[in-house]
Every structure is written in structure tokens, then in C-alpha cells.
Design a protein around this ligand. Sequence first.
Ligand SMILES: CC(C)(COP(=O)(O)OP(=O)(O)OC[C@H]1O[C@@H](n2cnc3c(N)ncnc32)[C@H](O)[C@@H]1OP(=O)(O)O)[C@@H](O)C(=O)NCCC(=O)NCCS
Length: 241
Amino acid sequence: MRLDPPCEVSRPQVTFDVEEIEPILQAPPMDLVPWPGATIELKDGRTLYIREARLEEAPMMMDYVMKVMQSPHDFYDVVGARVYAELAGWYRKRLKDPYVLVGILDGEWAGFANGRLMSKEINISLHTMALMRGLRIGAIMYYAKAYYGFELLGNEEWWATYESYNGWKRWGVGMAQPSYPWPEYQHELGGARVYYVTKKYWDVSIKDYVRQMVGADLDFDVPDEIVNANETMRLPDEVMV
Ligand SMILES: CC(C)(COP(=O)(O)OP(=O)(O)OC[C@H]1O[C@@H](n2cnc3c(N)ncnc32)[C@H](O)[C@@H]1OP(=O)(O)O)[C@@H](O)C(=O)NCCC(=O)NCCS
């Protein structure tokens, strides 16, 4: 857009350094308590280690998700594409207060869960992916990020939505989540229904979810051997979904 200036100006151009633009495009972060790391025993006896992903791991995660999104079944395509965009948004600092958790099994990337904080009160759940099937890794990853929100970040509400039947069954039904009126409330993932969990409902009802699902709880007392064994996260050789 162009208009004639209403005042005589001595220099007709005003230029900016990109460093001056960046603080406007990049939201100032809230001071989030980090996820401390936790383990849980899977039904096959192996131990899943859930830690925060590191920013420098984003490019390799994006490379792998690019392959996962080629799977046209079980909504891995739309979820994969959106996860790719969220990883890029995290890497390029274009998401407000994101958190990214990875589930690692014997050093190999096995599960993903992310979200972001809309405010101190409201946690927006973005995506969960099981990269290995049949071990309820997805169920665990989702529970871990909700635990993070309610127990460690002090959130009051959890806003989720579901693209897939498996996701809806696992958490929409599996956690008996109510939804807000639609279309008055729309989730940022495509304007779908907002399913929500309040802190009160979490406390009275959902805390036991993962024990019921996998017969174990998250264990935050993580031995050094587990931390060291999963220090470097490897990508699986092939897509396994
Ligand atoms: C939703 C999701 C995270 C759930 O992961 P999960 O809890 O580890 O569970 P799975 O999807 O592997 O399996 C679901 C059930 O179907 C069975 N199953 C379905 N497809 C399977 C497959 N290809 N191999 C093995 N088991 C399979 C599992 O045994 C399991 O049965 P159970 O309920 O008795 O445990 C996962 O299905 C996923 O990543 N889907 C694609 C992305 C997605 O939809 N994300 C959520 C967006 S709303």
C-alpha cells in the first residue's frame, strides 16, 4: 500500500535490520518448567523413555516424518504433514510456547507428542504419533503431555481435537472427554471440535488412565543408564506404522 506522506521527510526510505523485525514475529517465551524425563514399562517388558526433544533434533525428525506422512492409512498422512509443519514452526521459532516430547525405545524414536501453551491456563494439545504400533506408545505419549500440563506447568484446561478414529477412541472416548459447543469453539487444527479436560476432571478421573492402559505409571526417577542409552536418538531404519 502506498500513500503520500502528510509531512515533508528528509529521507524517503526507512530500513530495518531483520534483528529488529524478529522480536515482532517471534513471541516472547513464557518461562516453562522443563519436562524432567520419565520412563514407563511397556507390555512387552521394554522401557520407554520419554524426554524433551532437542531443537537440534528437529531437522532429522522432520526428515523421518516426511517419510511417515507417505503412509495413507490411519490418517498418518494428515497428522504427519501437520506434525512436520509444527516441527518446522518450533525449529524456526514460529510457534508460541511449544513443547515437544519424544518416546525412545532402546535408543530408537518410537513416539511423539507435542502441544503449545495458549496461556498459563490453557494448554493446546497438538499431535501424538505412535511410530511403532501395538504397544500403546501413543496412549502413553498423550498421557505424558497432559501430565506435563496439569502436574508440572499448572494448567487449568486442556484443549484437544481428533483427526483419526484411533485418536478419538484412545482419548476422546478413552478419557471420556466432553467437547465445547461447535462451531462456537473451534480447535486451531482445522476448526474441528474442541474436546477439553479441566484440572478438576484430571484430578478425579484421568490420572489413573495410563495405569489402566498399560498397567504401569510414569516413573520420574530415571536411572543414569537409561538417560545415557537414549542420549542420542536414532531414527528407525524404515517406517513401521
Ligand atoms: C492415535 C495413535 C497415536 C494411537 O497410538 P497407540 O496408542 O500406540 O495405539 P495404536 O494405534 O498402535 O493401536 C491402536 C489399537 O489398534 C491395534 N492396531 C491398529 N493398527 C495396528 C497395527 N498396524 N499394528 C499393530 N496394532 C495395531 C493396536 O493393537 C491397538 O489395540 P489395543 O487398543 O488393544 O491396544 C496412533 O494410532 C497414531 O499415531 N495414529 C496416526 C496419527 C494419529 O492419528 N494421531 C492422533 C491424531 S488425533
